[in-house]
Structure formats: C-alpha cells, structure tokens
Design a protein around this ligand. Structure first.
Ligand code: DAU
Length: 338
C-alpha cells in the first residue's frame, strides 16, 4: 500500500511507520506538525530509507494534506495525529478539540476528495468512559468523561458519519493503554520509570487502585496494520492487551525491576474526573486473525531497560518542555503528600 501516517513522529506513530516499512509498504509518508511530543529522533533508523518520506505539516491545514496525498499518490491513510494526554486536556482543553476533532474533520474531507481507498482512525478505549465491570464492545454507547476522550469520541463520530453518508471506506481502532520505548514521559509508565531511575518520587493518583489494560506498542501497531489490510469498511475494532493491572501493581513492578525502594511511591491528589477502569472486548479483532503476543511482565521489563539505556532521549525531554508541565501538574500534589 502507499500509506500516509499522520503524527508519525509520535510514540505510536513512529512505531507504526517502522512496522509498515518492515511489512513492505512503499512509500510510507509521515506528516507531523512536530509539536511537543513529536520527535524525529524516534525515526532516526529509517530516516534514510528511500521508501520513507517526512513532511512537516499540520492535519488542520487542508492545503498541505491535499498536496501530500497528491504528490505521493497515497491510497491509504492512518491518522495517529492527536493530542493524547488526559492531564494536559484538563489544563488546555481547546487544543484537543482543535487537533483531535477539527484536524480529523479536515483530514477526512481531503481523503474523501482524493478518493483514498482506506482511511484508518487510531482512537482509544477511553471513548467508552469508565467501565467498572465487564468489557466495552464496539457498539456500546460512547460516554467520554475528559476533554481528551470527548475530543476523540467526537472524531470517531465524524469518521463513522463518512461511512454512513458517503460510503467512504473508513476504519476505526480503539486501543487500550499502550506502553513501550519512545513514549513521552508525561504518561504513567515512562514517568514512573524515569523518576525511579533518578530516585525521584512516583506520584500515584488517588488510591492507586485504578485499573488499565496494558497493550505493548508492538502489538498495537501490528493490530493497526492488520485492520488496515483486513478490516471491513465502516467497522470499529477494539484492541486490548489482556493485561489488566492496578496502577499500584505496575508501580511496584517498575521499582522491583530497577531494584529501587517501594518507599518512592507517593499517593497524591487524584486527577479530576479520573476514570476508574478501562477494559475492552476485542473478540471482533480476534475473529479477524489478531491477538496480542507480548506478555506484560516481559514487555514492561524490556521497556524499563530501554529507558535505562536511552537516557539521553528522555533527559533532553525532561530538561526541556516537560519541566514546566511537571511543575504545574505535580509540585503542589507532591508537597501536600509530604
Ligand atoms: O486507554 C488508552 C489511553 O491510555 C490513551 O488513549 C491515552 O492517550 C493514554 O494517555 C492513556 O490514558 P490514561 O489516562 O489511562 O494514561 P496515563 O498514562 O495518563 O495514566 C495511566 C493511569 O495512571 C491512570 O489511572 C492515571 C494514573 N497516573 C498517571 C500519571 C501520569 C498516576 O497515578 N500518576 C501519574 O503521574
């Protein structure tokens, strides 16, 4: 396939670009605005691959999208471009509405005009809202509770409207909590790993008993490629990891693997509107021929080791843009926790 990945310099996007190249797709074009979490270092190993091209640009800019689609004769688009962090969406909700909703709307219109053969929207299990019991199925009512998940849900509805209205061949994947190398250290696992390496406190929200289903980024990208190839247009596919864990257990596993003291864990003030649990039923995707391969214990250790051996990657980030954000979100919480 001739594929455009938007947001290809981010965490999931960069792993996806690499996966698509290794699966023989040609070309794989990466359109990324390079905002705070976009990082071309994530793709340094493929930067000179003749099948790969990078374009610096924003999905909200219709002209740029139109030009890239035409110049590279793109037949399939995967939209990974998004603002994705819940805590940031609480601080600045409008940028989420802009990138996640307006950006998707602009992209959809351009791909429809260009008559692209397949459009895959990378979404999230958070659109179902907090699920105390059971597992969310693809046709469940959406009940997002943060500006982030509400923006992603809005985008999902727009995407599905293109199938209902124009029979435009869209697909949606809704992945669970993803972890692995190159994840920006604002997210739970990389924040806790990098803090622990430096003997800094690990700020655990609320009672620490919130539950997430952890999905390796490698399994997640394999699922996206699988749905792009075999998914039925107009359909949504949940992607789960089969690794549901309480946050406190994950924090303890990280500390144990690093040989650090459990005393580093600090219970801090909770995230407003914090969703208790996410869990998806991914039997539709299993029927399509995919299932996760990475066991959480192994995947987490490999991830910890990656951060241990790639300090320059994350230290640059933590010393830069991330610092002011960390101060704003955590300083008061940690001081109050003592
Ligand atoms: O479920 C998929 C979603 O998973 C993705 O769509 C989002 O982009 C991604 O950010 C993630 O959302 P969460 O809010 O679950 O992820 P986060 O890494 O922010 O937090 C995971 C859990 O850890 C959550 O219960 C909040 C908790 N947490 C997080 C941070 C950053 C803490 O206890 N302390 C922290 O410092």
């Amino acid at each position: 396939m001739r594929i455009l990945v938007t947001g290809g310099a981010g965490f999931i996007g960069s792993h996806l670009v690499r996966r698509l190249l290794s699966e023989g797709h040609n070309p794989v074009v990466n359109l990324d605005a390079l905002r705070y979490s976009g990082n071309l270092e994530n793709l340094a190993d493929v930067a000179h691959d003749p099948r790969y091209a990078f374009v610096h640009g924003d999905i909200c800019d219709a002209g740029t999208v139109e030009r890239v689609l035409k110049e590279h004769n793109i037949d399939s688009v995967v939209n990974c471009a998004a603002e994705t962090h819940v805590d940031r969406s609480i601080l600045e909700p409008n940028s989420f509405a802009r990138t996640d909703v307006v950006g998707t709307a602009v992209l959809l219109e351009e791909v429809r005009k260009a008559k692209v053969a397949r459009f895959l929207q990378v979404s999230t299990d958070e659109v179902y809202g907090s699920v105390e019991h059971g597992w969310s199925k693809e046709d469940d009512t959406l009940a997002p509770r943060s500006p982030y998940s509400a923006s992603k849900a809005g985008a999902d509805l727009l995407v599905l409207s293109y199938w209902a209205t124009y029979k435009f061949p869209v697909l949606i994947t809704r992945g669970s909590n993803t972890y692995g190398p190159n994840q920006y250290p604002e997210k739970f696992i990389p924040l806790f790993i990098t803090n622990a390496i430096d003997d800094q406190l690990l700020p655990l929200y609320g009672d620490g008993r919130y539950r997430r289903d952890w999905l390796s980024v490698h399994d997640h990208c394999r699922a996206i490629e699988h749905v792009l190839r075999y998914g039925a247009p107009g359909n949504v596919y949940n992607i789960g990891g089969g690794n549901e864990q309480e946050n406190i257990t994950v924090a303890e596993m990280i500390l144990k693997h690093l040989g650090k003291s459990m005393e580093l864990i600090r219970f801090v003030e909770d995230r407003p509107g914090h969703d208790r649990r996410y869990a998806v039923d991914w039997s539709r995707l299993r029927l399509l021929g995919w299932s996760p391969r990475v066991r959480f214990e192994e995947g987490l250790c490999t991830t910890v080791d990656w951060y241990r051996t790639h300090e320059s990657w994350w230290r640059k980030i933590k010393a830069g843009e991330f610092r002011a954000y960390y101060e704003e979100v955590y300083r008061k919480r940690l001081e109050e926790a003592g």
